[in-house]
Write a protein that binds this ligand. Structure first.
Ligand code: SF4
Length: 355
């Protein structure tokens, strides 16, 4: 992203001979090989020329548990703090045929869960085949060997009622949704150029929970956005508390050169950002605990990923709801899905007793 938005600056760094912007990654080997001694070259195209999805097929498969499958690139939303629309270019989606081919190959290599990712995943639309995100999920759902489909970060304003209703009939879809929030205060959201209100966000969560009972919600929250007063922060805090997130990634705002928010007056001082971040993280931990408590005694399945360092034969894995679980196993069982009962909370994990 730095190379794309600041190509000249990147080229001036000592030792840099080649600067490649986005959509040029697939040519990196060839361009490096063709570079002559002492030559300096730049291949960086303007945002409006980045219209094609850059296909970067996977050629090696390490591990065999969860695979991240990128299906979309770019963003047209221009949130006032974010450099991504400038750095990654406009929305473009991967051809559904290429996605299915890769998903089948992942299944053949033993991956049980695919996590669909993109910069702005909810904008996925394959024009050639007329399929949006729901259509893509349905296609992947039909692949033998794929047992779980998880969605990466979703933008709330793009989750229409019809979309949510389509999802409830797909049993392989994990009942865990990462809905980007950023702030629970309407006024802060407006300055962020986020295009929803807290009430609209709340309604999306309600709809998800009505259609997919027990669904867990995780999110990203920013503190210390320019102009965020104590009152606005308190509003955001109360909103998060009210939603009851399974987990929140808490970020302190930091200015990105070239974005509108970096030029806003009323930047919040570091000490205040630090205090708000600490308070929000405490809330995140508290809500995680409450969510975990809700699962005690429940039966679920766990996709085992890797041994827990320093434990006595425990492996860690995730449930469909995104609860991290420790399970005692005999030997390395990574990639296996086991049925467990969740019996206790042990630090960052829940204990899963095999059934
Ligand atoms: S925060 Fe997300 S939606 Fe907003 S501009 Fe950045 S990538 Fe796009």
């Amino acid at each position: 992203c730095f190379a794309q938005v600041s190509a000249e600056e990147a080229a001036k760094i000592e030792g840099v001979s080649l600067v490649l912007g986005n959509n040029m990654k697939h040519r990196i080997v060839e361009l490096v090989e063709n570079l002559h001694n002492d030559e300096k070259r730049q291949y960086v195209f303007e945002r409006n020329k980045l219209s094609e999805y850059e296909e970067l097929p996977v050629e090696t498969y390490e591990g065999h548990t969860r695979a991240f499958l990128k299906v979309q690139d770019g963003c047209d939303q221009f949130c006032s703090y974010c450099i991504i629309p400038y750095a990654r270019g406009p929305v473009r989606s991967r051809d559904i045929g290429d996605v299915i081919k890769e998903a089948k190959s992942l299944a053949e290599h033993g991956f049980r869960e695919v996590v669909l990712t993109g910069i702005h995943l909810t904008s996925y639309f394959d024009e050639k085949n007329g399929k949006g995100l729901a259509g893509l999920i349905e296609e992947i759902h039909g692949i033998e060997g794929i047992r779980r489909i998880r969605l990466g970060s979703l933008e709330p304003m793009f989750l229409a009622t019809g979309f949510i209703e389509e999802l409830k009939n797909l049993p392989k879809l994990c009942p865990h949704f990462h809905l980007s929030l950023q702030s629970g205060c309407g006024e802060t959201l407006r300055r962020m150029n986020r295009k929803y209100t807290p009430d609209e966000y709340r309604n999306i969560v309600k709809l998800l929970r009505e259609n997919i009972p027990g669904a867990t919600i995780t999110t990203d929250v920013m503190v210390g956005f320019p102009g965020e007063t104590d009152k606005e922060f308190e509003e955001s805090y109360a909103f998060c508390r009210d939603i009851g997130f399974l987990w929140m990634h808490v970020f302190k705002y930091s200015p990105r050169k070239g974005t509108p928010a970096s030029r806003f007056r009323d930047q919040v001082d570091n000490k205040t950002k630090e205090e708000r971040s600490r308070k929000m993280i405490e809330l995140a931990l508290q809500m995680k605990q409450e969510n975990f408590e809700r699962f005690i005694g429940k039966e679920t399945d766990v996709l085992l990923e890797k041994p827990i360092d320093g434990s006595d034969g425990d492996m860690e894995g995730l449930t469909p709801h995104y609860i991290p679980v420790a399970v005692k196993t005999s030997g390395d069982k990574s990639g296996e899905i086991v049925n467990v009962r969740l019996t206790a909370i042990e630090g960052e994990y829940m204990r899963g007793e095999p059934i």
